[in-house]
Design a protein around this ligand. Structure first.
Ligand code: SF4
Length: 69
């Protein structure tokens, strides 16, 4: 059984391309500077795991961490 996923955006790395939000609007939001944040505590709802990995793979700054609990 795989555990629950969590996403987290590394604020030091994020440069605000918003690719994560366009790929997974359920998981990421942008602040007023265009930098991304995980929504809520970053817990990935069931069924959105693929989007979490997709966003991670497509972040040009390698700013998205996906952890499995
Ligand atoms: S894709 Fe990466 S660098 Fe771009 S806004 Fe999302 S976390 Fe930040």
């Amino acid at each position: 059984m795989s555990g629950k996923l969590k996403v987290r955006v590394d604020q030091e790395r994020c440069q605000g391309h918003a690719r994560c939000k366009s790929l997974a609007a359920e998981l990421f939001d942008l602040d007023e500077f265009g930098n991304a944040h995980e929504i809520g505590d970053g817990a990935v709802p069931a069924g959105l795991e693929d989007k979490a990995w997709l966003a991670k793979a497509n972040c040009p700054e390698i700013a998205i961490n996906v952890t499995e609990e």
